[in-house]
Ligand binder design. Structure first.
Ligand SMILES: Cc1cc2nc3c(=O)[nH]c(=O)nc-3n(C[C@H](O)[C@H](O)[C@H](O)COP(=O)(O)OP(=O)(O)OC[C@H]3O[C@@H](n4cnc5c(N)ncnc54)[C@H](O)[C@@H]3O)c2cc1C
Length: 431
C-alpha cells in the first residue's frame, strides 16, 4: 500500500479494537436490566452482539440469525476459483454463545418500534431497549427481466450471498467444456463489495488458465469504469493476456453492450439495453441491491433502498433506539465491506453500551481494508481510516492503494496479508 501511513493506520486499528475487554472468557448470563436484540449474525451483527457483551456483561443480548451457519462472502471467490473449500468459509455461532449471547436461529419478520419488539417467523417475540439491525443486502429482482430467486437458486446463480449458490457456480465451472464462455454481469452501484465482481472474474480466469485454457470470462459492466480499474487491468495483462486476442478476460462497458436488461435463462442469453445479445455456458448474474428485506419492510430505508443513520452511533434517522450497521446502512464514504461492517459494529456497540449506562457519546474513528485476490501469488488492496466531522463520516487522509507496477514479491506478500486478514477478522467476528 503506497501513500499509506501504516503507523497511523495501526494506531487507529488498535484503538478501535481496544473498545472491547481483552481476552475471550466465557461470560456469565446475569439478571439483565437492559436488553439488546440484534438481527443478523454476519460481519456486522455478530461483531456488535459480541462487543456489547464484552463491554457490559449485565446487558442481555439476543442475536436472531436466520441460518445455523454463516458462510462469509469474503474469500468466497477463492471457493469459486477452486482455491479453497466451502468448509473454510463456514462459521457456527457456538463460540459467540460462550459470551452469554442468546442465539436464536429464526427469521425476524417484524419490528415494532413503538412497543419495541421483534417478532420472528416461528411467532416468538423479543422485547428490546435497543435494537441492532444488520441484515446485509437483498436484491431488486424486478430490474432484470426474466431473472428471479428460483432461477438464481437452480440455474443462474448470483452467488452474492455465500453458501449454496457459491457451490452451484463452482460446480457449473467444473462441468463446463473447454472453449466455453462465462458471463459475469455486474450490478449498478451501490452494491456489496465494489471490487468483488472483478476479483471473481480474475479467480475464474485463473481456474480456466490452468484447466480450460480455450475458455473465457466476459464481464458485462453497466458503467464506464470500475473500482481500482488500473490495478485490475494491469493484473489481467500480466496474468491472463488481457487486450490480446487470446485473453481469458473480456470487459464490456455500458457503451459496448455491458448494461443488461433481460435474461433468457432457457437459451443462456443475456440481452443488453443497447440491443446486443451475449450467449454463455455459465452465467453469473449479480442483480441490483438494497438493504436486507427486514429493513425495507420495517420502513428503515429511504428512497434509495438503504438505511440513513447518524454516523456517530449508527442509530436510525427514522426510528429511535434502532441502529442499522453494515451493508444495509448508508455510511458513505465507507464502502459496503465486511471490514466496514465490523468497524461500524464496534462503534455501534460502544454507543449502545454507553447510552444504556447513561454516559455521553464518544467521537469514533472507522477503518476499512479490502484485499482482492487476482491469481497465483497475486493480490492487491485498498485501506482507509475515517473520522467523524460535523456528524458525518469523512475520509481522514490515512490509507492508500496498492502501487501500480509493483514487483512479484509485493503482490505475493499482499496475498499473504489477505489470508492473514481473513483469519484475524473472522476470529474477531465469530470467536
Ligand atoms: C464475492 C464477495 C467478496 C467479498 N470480499 C470482501 C473482502 O475481501 N473484504 C471485505 O471486507 N468484504 C468483502 N465482501 C463484502 C462483505 O461480505 C459484506 O460487506 C459483509 O458481509 C456485510 O456484513 P453485514 O453484516 O452487513 O451482512 P452479512 O455479512 O451478509 O450478514 C447478514 C446476516 O443477516 C442474516 N439475516 C438477514 N435478514 C435476517 C432476518 N430477517 N432475520 C434473521 N437473520 C437475518 C443473514 O442470514 C446473514 O447471516 C465481499 C462480498 C462478496 C459478495
Amino acid at each position: 500500500m503506497s501513500n499509506f501511513n501504516r503507523r497511523h493506520f495501526i494506531k487507529v486499528a488498535a484503538s478501535v479494537t481496544a473498545v472491547g475487554i481483552a481476552g475471550c472468557t466465557t461470560l456469565p448470563k446475569l439478571k439483565a436490566e437492559k436488553r439488546v436484540v440484534v438481527i443478523g449474525g454476519g460481519a456486522g451483527g455478530a461483531t456488535a452482539a459480541k462487543y456489547i457483551r464484552k463491554n457490559d456483561p449485565t446487558i442481555e443480548v439476543t442475536l436472531i440469525e436466520a441460518h445455523k451457519y454463516h458462510y462469509t462472502c469474503f474469500m468466497s471467490n477463492e471457493v469459486i476459483g477452486g482455491e479453497r473449500s466451502i468448509q473454510s468459509i463456514k462459521f457456527s455461532y457456538d463460540k459467540l454463545a460462550g459470551y452469554g449471547i442468546n442465539i436464536v436461529h429464526d427469521l425476524a419478520i417484524e419490528i415494532e418500534p413503538i412497543s419495541k419488539k421483534v417478532t420472528t417467523r416461528n411467532g416468538d417475540v423479543f422485547y428490546y431497549d435497543r435494537l441492532v439491525v444488520a441484515p446485509g443486502i437483498d436484491f431488486k429482482w424486478n430490474e432484470v427481466e426474466g431473472y428471479d430467486p428460483q432461477i438464481a437458486s437452480i440455474k443462474i446463480p448470483h452467488a452474492w450471498k455465500a453458501g449454496s449458490q457459491t457451490i452451484l457456480l463452482r460446480k457449473q465451472l467444473e462441468a463446463m467444456q473447454d472453449g466455453g464462455t462465462v458471463i459475469i454481469s455486474v450490478p449498478r452501484r451501490p452494491f456489496r463489495c465494489h471490487p468483488g465482481p472483478y476479483e471473481r472474474a480474475s479467480l475464474i480466469a485463473h481456474y480456466l488458465k490452468t484447466h480450460k485454457p480455450a475458455s473465457k470470462v466476459l464481464i458485462l459492466e453497466p458503467s464506464k469504469t470500475f473500482a481500482q480499474q488500473k490495478l485490475f487491468v494491469q493484473a489481467w495483462k500480466r496474468l491472463y493476456g488481457f487486450g490480446t486476442k487470446n485473453s481469458l478476460i473480456d470487459w464490456l462497458p455500458a457503451a459496448e453492450g455491458g448494461k443488461v436488461s433481460e435474461l433468457d435463462a432457457k437459451n443462456m442469453i443475456i440481452h443488453s439495453t443497447s440491443g446486443e445479445q451475449h450467449k454463455a455456458d455459465v452465467i453469473n448474474l449479480i442483480p441490483p441491491q438494497q438493504a436486507g428485506n427486514i429493513a425495507v419492510v420495517s420502513d428503515l430505508v429511504n428512497g434509495s433502498g438503504w438505511c440513513p443513520v447518524h454516523h456517530q452511533t449508527f442509530e436510525s434517522m427514522r426510528y429511535k433506539d434502532i441502529h442499522v450497521i453494515g451493508d444495509a446502512s448508508i455510511a458513505k464514504p465507507m464502502p459496503k465491506s465486511g471490514y466496514s461492517a465490523n468497524s461500524q459494529a464496534k462503534v455501534c456497540a460502544i454507543a449502545i453500551v454507553r447510552a444504556l449506562q447513561g454516559k455521553e457519546m464518544l467521537t469514533p474513528n472507522f477503518l476499512n481494508a479490502c484485499y482482492a485476490v487476482l491469481g497465483k501469488d497475486y493480490a492487491i488492496s485498498v485501506a482507509a481510516v475515517y473520522k467523524l466531522e460535523n456528524n458525518k463520516i469523512t475520509f481522514k487522509g490515512a490509507g492508500g492503494l496498492s502501487p501500480m507496477d509493483a514487483s512479484e514479491e509485493v503482490r505475493r506478500r499482499e496475498l499473504l496479508y489477505a489470508h492473514s486478514w481473513y483469519n484475524n477478522i473472522t476470529q474477531d467476528i465469530f470467536e
